[in-house]
Write a protein of this length. Structure first.
Length: 474
């Protein structure tokens, strides 16, 4: 799965790069580099001679000017939580770590905006917003270590996208250092600005291939005065989709999250997760984790109870419980967030991060599950995800007792089968994880050829020497 061989920097260049950031922040020790060379699922392992940790935008500019002049490839890296290998230097490229750019430059409650540097950890951005009674709604399992720059470079989605949108929709302005070292200053708080092309969207989701995001103006929202969380047993994905539509029409607030989880992965979580309990007393084929929020402090729980009662009468749900406390709600979300990890003890897992229209989710799940079981008898589909957005993490665990290496060797076969069904339903093979190297070879098979040609043209224009994250996306 590695990218094509590319030239690593010559040893005589390393001191020139180190001089920009200082020896303390030019990491060459093998043990210190190792955590930056492996991605979380262990699929990829890279190599590099040096990791650079600039402490200012000016240092980023100097690094890029030298890299462009000497045609030295760079791989930008934030919290190293990506899942498609975009942050890994496969062929000796230098790593450009943005984690020292960790200042929150401004929180402007009156304008409902916050200006964060790229290395700000997502949880810290959330806390800064909360300190002025605002909400920054981007939320995902890795929020304690992922960074704003990485979130924007991958156009992260997360569990609150149903109500607030994905990362792209949460950005008002950007500061970007281009491959030649120029800075694009677009740190605007304006909601309305029709002065030409909206260039920020070129860099959001580009995975560091077109420029280096160094700061962003982010949208803030009023903090909800009431939040209720329910764990619900349902018979099928079709029932879950009907429940979603009923909730959005009837509940006395906003449906902020609506997660669908298959029973099998709940069992993985109870078996392998730390401090995880079965959420309901009985077993159900599927579950929904639903969160609703309101700007009114009273009445939300009663509204949710009424909704669940009506849904039960309509046969949409089999059982449900509403969190009795904040800790109870956190336990529900803990179960959801450990789902990627608890698949590991079950052996190999072939991953898919897909999206289809919400109405097509039930049919997609039925077709895809049947197809992978036919391809690999005994394999265990364990889908879960943000059904409110049509985004499903359609993961396939190996058959019990199977050889893990042999199973994972069929990754491409399984992807091809699932991707075909995704396209049948006019969906996307990457909903929120990006392309990186994992899906790079699949992209030409699913992307409109004219759009792909324009993408290549942008890359040539903005990075003519190919120094920015080479071999990723395209």
């Amino acid at each position: 799965m590695n990218s094509p061989l590319r030239r690593a920097p010559s040893p005589d260049l390393l001191p020139r790069f180190a001089a920009i950031v200082g020896d303390k922040y030019a990491i060459t020790d093998a043990a210190a580099l190792e955590p930056h060379l492996v991605e979380g699922r262990g699929l990829y392992h890279g190599r590099t001679a040096m990791l650079l940790r600039p402490g200012s935008v000016d240092e980023v500019v100097a690094i890029l000017k030298l890299a462009n002049e000497t045609k030295t490839p760079l791989v930008p890296q934030g919290g190293n939580t990506g899942l498609v290998g975009a942050q890994i230097p496969f062929d000796g490229e230098l790593i450009l770590s943005l984690t020292r750019l960790d200042k929150i430059r401004e929180v402007d409650a009156a304008s409902n905006s916050m200006t964060c540097e790229a290395g700000v950890v997502l949880a810290n951005a959330q806390n800064a917003a909360a300190a002025v009674d605002r909400l920054f709604p981007l939320s995902l399992g890795a929020e304690g270590s992922c960074t704003i720059g990485g979130n924007l470079s991958t156009n992260a989605g997360g569990t609150a996208a149903l109500a607030y949108g994905i990362a792209r929709e949460l950005v008002m302005g950007l500061e970007v250092v281009l491959a030649d070292g120029r800075i694009m200053h677009l740190l605007s708080k304006l909601k309305k600005d029709n002065t030409g092309y909206d260039l920020r969207h070129i860099f959001i989701g580009a995975e560091g291939t077109l420029g280096i995001i160094t700061a962003a103006v982010l949208k803030l929202f009023p903090r909800p005065r009431a939040v209720e969380t329910a764990f619900i047993g349902v018979l099928s994905p079709a029932a879950a989709v009907k429940l979603l539509n009923l909730a959005r029409a009837r509940v006395g607030g906003t449906v902020t999250s609506f997660e669908l989880i298959v029973r099998e992965v709940i069992e993985f979580a109870v078996k392998h997760g730390h401090s995880v309990r079965d959420p309901l007393t009985g077993r159900h084929p599927w579950y929904v984790l639903m969160e609703v929020a309101s700007q009114h402090s009273d009445g939300l729980r009663a509204s949710l109870e009424e909704l669940l009662g009506d849904a039960a009468q309509q046969g949409l749900i089999e059982d449900a419980t509403i969190a009795a406390s904040l800790d109870h709600a956190k336990a529900f979300w803990h179960l959801r967030h450990v789902l990627p990890e608890v698949q590991k003890p079950e052996g190999g897992s072939i991953k898919h991060d897909i999206s289809v229209p919400v109405a097509s989710v039930p049919d997609f799940l039925e077709d895809a599950s049947a197809a992978v079981r036919k391809l690999i008898p005994g394999c265990r589909p364990v889908p879960f995800g943000h059904v409110g957005d049509g985004n499903i993490h359609f993961n396939v665990s190996q058959p019990v007792g199977a050889d893990q290496a042999a199973f994972l060797a069929r990754w491409g076969e399984v992807n091809a089968v699932v991707d075909k069904i995704v396209l049948k339903y006019q969906g996307s093979i990457s909903a929120e994880h990006g392309i990186g190297v994992l899906k790079r070879n699949s992209l030409p098979k699913v992307k409109d050829p004219v759009a792909l040609d324009l993408m290549r043209g942008l890359k040539r224009m903005l990075d003519p020497n190919g120094i920015l994250n080479p071999g990723k996306v395209l």
